[in-house]
Write a protein that binds this ligand. Structure first.
Ligand code: CP3
Length: 354
């Protein structure tokens, strides 16, 4: 395997010195890029794109050809695990993901099997090794999964939700069913991420998009404890290189210290928190990733630059910051504005690293 030429992203996560702040964007391969839309049309639907090794590799590479990004992220989705469990994932235009067979009670949960990542999710591992070959060591590859709680919300609700009433009802009516589901998912996620690491992922991120809808107590019981179990179970070593793990709970700023205490290397932040305050709270325990509101990308290049400068200044000098958006880039963003964002990080961050 080619030697890694750009280590900034891995070094910042491991809190080693860097020459400038590394940057990548959540959902950097996506619908805001005309070349992505063209490849997706060629594949048919979104899952067909994920399952086509060549095309999944192609869309992963597309943003890297446009911008000086410091990491690539596997092109896939968090819902591959429930799909492999037999829930029948499909996407309805404009409505997001849906499941034909949602999980509603203890009987449904008991019937679920933990998928074998190297069989049932082999297409994901094939994409990881193909992307690694194509990257030729230019930048590291990030693997990922959803958190057990976030996956469970889609599985129980049957798709996206605004109120999370079905899964919250399960938590209060049949907590043992929810705990069994989360236990199975934590095991699945651990095996899935370890398989991605074996296939060549150089860092892994767990997306806990919906942890922030839980109460202070339930967040620990239903989301954080299961993520901590996964962190413990990961083989964080890839041919002698440490594989950092990043936990991202959207709206999790209140619980930062607890997230940092899981033993993860980095914590992803959304835009509701001041990154300088977050840094004071975690000290040198973990690196921080974030945290510009993706909506800023609707602004002018000057305004984008101003926001980048504010976030860099708020974090301050030294390593431990991976610049990112606080959530995924939206389909309506002009690709030139994404370019203005990345260039601003590249240019303005140098003075913070001496
Ligand atoms: O970041 C990347 O470039 C890698 C690819 C990636 C996708 N989904 C591709 C995708 C990643 C890391 C994800 C994670 C994901 N998927 C999350 C966690 C992160 C987050 O955004 O909160 C969640 C909750 C999902 C579930 C999911 N998949 C939803 C809600 C949707 C619909 C979103 C929408 O905007 O319509 C998807 C589909 C999806 N996953 C798309 C992409 C590029 C859009 C599909 C398309 O081409 O129509």
């Amino acid at each position: 395997m080619a030697e890694l030429k750009n280590r900034r992203y891995l070094d910042a996560l491991l809190r080693k010195p860097v020459d400038r702040t590394p940057v990548w964007m959540m959902r950097q391969a996506g619908r805001y890029l005309p070349e992505y839309r063209a490849t997706r049309a060629q594949a048919g639907d979104f899952m067909a794109l994920c399952k086509n090794t060549e095309l999944a590799t192609e869309v992963t590479m597309q943003p890297l050809r446009r911008y000086p990004l410091d990491a690539a992220i596997l092109f896939s989705d968090i819902l591959t695990i429930p799909d492999a469990m037999g829930l029948g994932l499909y996407f309805e235009t404009g409505e997001g993901p849906k499941f034909k067979n949602p999980v509603r009670d203890l009987m449904d949960v008991s019937a679920l099997k933990v998928p074998d990542p190297n069989k049932d999710l082999k297409y994901v591992m094939d994409a990881v090794s193909s992307i690694r070959r194509e990257l030729k060591g230019e930048v590291p590859l990030i693997g990922f999964s959803g958190s057990p709680w976030t996956l469970a919300t889609y599985m129980v609700e049957g798709g996206s939700s605004k109120t999370f009433s079905k899964i919250k009802r399960m938590a209060y009516e049949e907590p043992e069913a929810l705990h069994l589901l989360l236990t199975k998912l934590a095991e699945s996620v651990t095996e899935y991420l370890n398989a991605q690491i074996d296939a060549g992922a150089q860092a892994v991120q767990i997306f806990d998009t919906w942890g922030g809808v839980l109460t202070h107590h339930d967040y620990r019981e239903y989301s954080l404890d299961y993520m901590a179990k996964i962190v413990d179970g990961l083989n964080r070593n890839n041919n002698g290189e440490k594989v950092p793990v990043v936990l991202f709970t959207k709206n999790g700023g209140l619980w930062l210290e607890d997230i940092a205490a899981t033993g993860c290397d980095g914590v992803g932040l959304d835009w509701t928190i001041n990154i300088g305050d977050a840094r004071k709270r975690v000290g040198d325990k973990v690196a921080l990733q974030g945290n510009m509101d993706p909506a800023v990308l609707y602004a002018s290049p000057d305004r984008i630059r101003q926001e980048v400068s504010m976030i860099l200044d708020s974090y301050g000098e030294g390593t431990g910051h991976v610049f990112n958006l606080g959530h995924g880039i939206t389909p309506e963003v002009n690709p030139d504005n994404a370019g203005a964002f990345i260039n601003a990080v590249v240019e303005l961050s140098k003075t913070y690293h001496k």
